[in-house]
Write a protein that binds this ligand. Structure first.
Ligand code: NAD
Ligand code: TYD
Length: 354
């Protein structure tokens, strides 16, 4: 690809992963123009991007990808040549209580973007790229052994993963049917600064700090493969610039943890950082009713991206977790802002009265 100038639409750039991707692109590629389109749902937070909001090559537009007319006009006026699509409803528990939101944003929103790209790129397909960011959850669940590869059959179980699987299929269909220049990556669980505290790690940090119960679903035996968010942003940068059109890459941390072991490690780190007696935080662990349809184990075989694009995770988990805990403890205002108001009601319903 020509890397001299680009006009890139990043969707969902005010969210957790999106904000790290926006920052990386704005800082590392001053020759690119970066437009961040985000609806600012409960998960979108412009405070995540305060340090780069004045950059010359960056602008923010508030808007909804489910609005086809708006998306069409945006492509017409902004002349994008690339899309990095992260906007999504992203939380499995919310998808169980409100599946339709997930169909609208994750499926219809993605198809709106594909339609606009197809319409405005028809005479310059070779200069364009539509990069769809997806999840390993589309592959369903593993037993005790094995790993997801790029050829593992899709078998989603939650409304979230079903909506992401559907969007992946649409993205590939637009490549196969219309020749749209697409790439897809499917990543494992991310953790790090700016993650909304509905997800396991920031939720546990927040609760431990406030001496509240730390809810562990079922017996805590479920396994996730954790990747530091900045390593994911580096992988996205790599795939965006170097992947061949039509390709899929799995991205993962080679870092499987049972939820209960991860929470115990986090408790130890928190005891140290908060100068509490050893074992204090572990007393907050509370086993609660299991999530419906809870996938047992995710694990990514990331050998393709290593072999073809020379990407591998850079950070050891213990170090990443320590950095993450420090970030949340040093950014109390961020955490207090996102956990106040309406969110608290949701939080009560979702986690304390299961
Ligand atoms: P997030 O929930 O933190 O952020 C999503 C962002 O999308 C928010 O800023 C939100 O305001 C925006 N958004 C939601 N609906 C929108 C709409 N209709 N129009 C415009 N913007 C909208 O999510 P995240 O964890 O940063 O995930 C980003 C992407 O990466 C998602 O596509 C997700 O499926 C994928 N992913 C996430 C993980 C993970 O562990 N978090 C792992 C693999 C893949
Ligand atoms: P989560 O962070 O929601 O990510 P995902 O469901 O996309 O993997 O959950 C990670 C794991 O932690 C998952 O197995 C569900 C579990 N979990 C809990 O045990 N307690 C919690 O409060 C949350 C939010 C998740």
């Amino acid at each position: 690809m020509n890397t001299t100038t680009k006009n890139i639409l990043i969707t969902g750039g005010a969210g957790f992963i999106g904000s790290h991707v926006v920052r990386r692109f704005v800082k590392n590629y001053p020759q690119y123009r970066i437009v961040n389109l985000d609806k600012l749902t409960y998960a979108g937070n412009l405070a995540n991007l305060q340090d780069i909001e004045e950059a010359d090559n960056y602008s923010f537009i508030r808007g909804d990808i489910t609005d086809a007319t708006f998306i069409d006009e945006l492509f017409n006026t902004q002349q994008f040549d690339s899309v990095i699509h992260l906007a999504a409803e992203s939380h499995v528990d919310r998808s169980i209580s409100s599946p339709l939101e997930f169909v609208l944003t994750n499926v219809v929103g993605t198809v709106n973007l594909l339609n606009a790209a197809r319409r405005y790129w028809s005479d310059k397909l070779d200069q364009c790229r539509f990069y769809h960011i997806s999840t390993d959850e589309v592959y369903g669940t593993l037993g005790e052994t094995g790993m997801f590869t790029e050829t593992t059959a899709y078998d989603p179980h939650s409304p979230y993963s079903a909506s992401k699987a559907s969007s992946d299929h649409f993205v590939r269909a637009y490549h196969d049917t219309y020749g749209l220049p697409i790439v897809i990556s499917n990543c494992s669980n991310n953790y790090g600064p700016n993650q909304f505290p509905e997800k396991l790690i920031p939720l546990a940090i927040h609760n431990i700090r406030n001496n509240r119960p730390v809810p562990v679903y079922g017996t805590g035996e479920n396994v996730r493969d954790w990747l530091y968010v900045i390593d994911h942003a580096i992988a996205i940068d790599t795939v965006f610039h170097r992947a061949e059109n039509g390709k899929t890459y799995n991205i993962g941390g080679h870092n499987e943890w049972k939820n209960i072991d991860l929470i115990r490690l986090l408790c130890k780190i928190m005891d140290k950082k908060l100068e509490r007696a050893s074992g204090t935080s572990e007393k907050l662990i509370t086993f609660v009713k299991d999530r419906a349809g809870h996938d047992l184990r995710y694990a990514i075989d990331a050998s393709r991206i290593k072999a073809e694009l020379d990407w591998a995770p850079s950070l050891q988990f213990e170090e990443g977790l320590e950095r993450t805990v420090s970030w949340y403890l040093e950014n109390e205002t961020w955490l207090n802002n996102v956990t106040s108001g309406d969110y608290l009601n949701y939080y009560e319903q979702q986690y304390l009265h299961r």
